[in-house]
Design a binder for this molecule. Structure first.
Ligand SMILES: CC(C)(COP(=O)(O)OP(=O)(O)OC[C@H]1O[C@@H](n2cnc3c(N)ncnc32)[C@H](O)[C@@H]1OP(=O)(O)O)[C@@H](O)C(=O)NCCC(=O)NCCS
Length: 177
């Protein structure tokens, strides 16, 4: 993610979250937070989603994760999560952790697919509706289980159709599904 991406990021942020981060939050993250790493997923030229993490000592903490509504259910979140975990591994993180709304089943299923497991609750963590956060953490990223799981996800994505080819204008596109 770079500063030029921020207007597209804001549009996705507002569409994806009931309590979006304020406009300047991503700018501040990119400009000042040395612990932060933010990625975008593009389909052709279009930004279809983004994610971020903070590297705190040996832990990678996922701070945000969203796919634009028009691009969902095309396994773009999986591609993005593989890339994010690659950043974590590259920076020698030993595990990854995150908070997710208890009611957010799509996100929970996504994270479970990548080996995140519930380890606790943060009561009333989300101030817009006082919802609890579920804390989810991976097995050690270099454990045989996680290495095998990531390799399997990566192989499945490599074998899947290319989202760019699915989105040729004027054909039966995946957008807006
Ligand atoms: C959660 C989110 C990122 C998923 O993005 P996506 O690109 O549609 O997800 P993918 O197509 O890569 O799906 C991967 C897996 O996630 C799970 N999943 C995704 N959407 C789902 C849904 N609506 N219902 C159930 N499971 C779902 C499935 O396990 C899916 O694998 P499958 O297709 O083999 O069943 C997207 O719905 C989103 O941006 N939501 C709003 C923001 C948000 O909640 N972010 C997470 C904050 S912690």
């Amino acid at each position: 993610m770079v500063l030029d991406d921020l207007s597209a990021i804001q549009a996705i942020e507002r569409a994806a979250f009931s309590a979006p981060w304020p406009t300047n939050a991503y700018r501040t993250e990119l400009e000042t937070n040395k612990l932060a790493h933010y990625l975008v997923v593009r389909v052709g030229e279009e930004i279809a989603g983004f994610a971020g993490l903070w590297l705190m000592v040996d832990e990678a903490h996922v701070t945000t994760f969203a796919i634009a509504p028009a691009w969902r259910r095309n396994h773009l979140a999986e591609r993005l999560l593989v890339a994010l975990l690659d950043v974590a591994l590259d920076r020698r993180a030993t595990e990854a952790t995150l908070e997710v709304r208890l009611s957010n089943l799509p996100a929970r299923r996504l994270y479970e697919k990548f080996g995140f497991r519930p380890v606790g609750l943060r009561p009333r963590y989300y101030t817009d509706n006082n919802e609890d956060a579920l804390i989810m953490t991976t097995e050690p990223l270099r454990s045989p289980e996680m290495v095998a799981r990531l390799a399997a996800r990566r192989a499945a994505l490599e074998a899947a159709p290319d989202p760019v080819k699915l989105a040729v204008p004027g054909t039966d596109t995946v957008r807006g599904r």
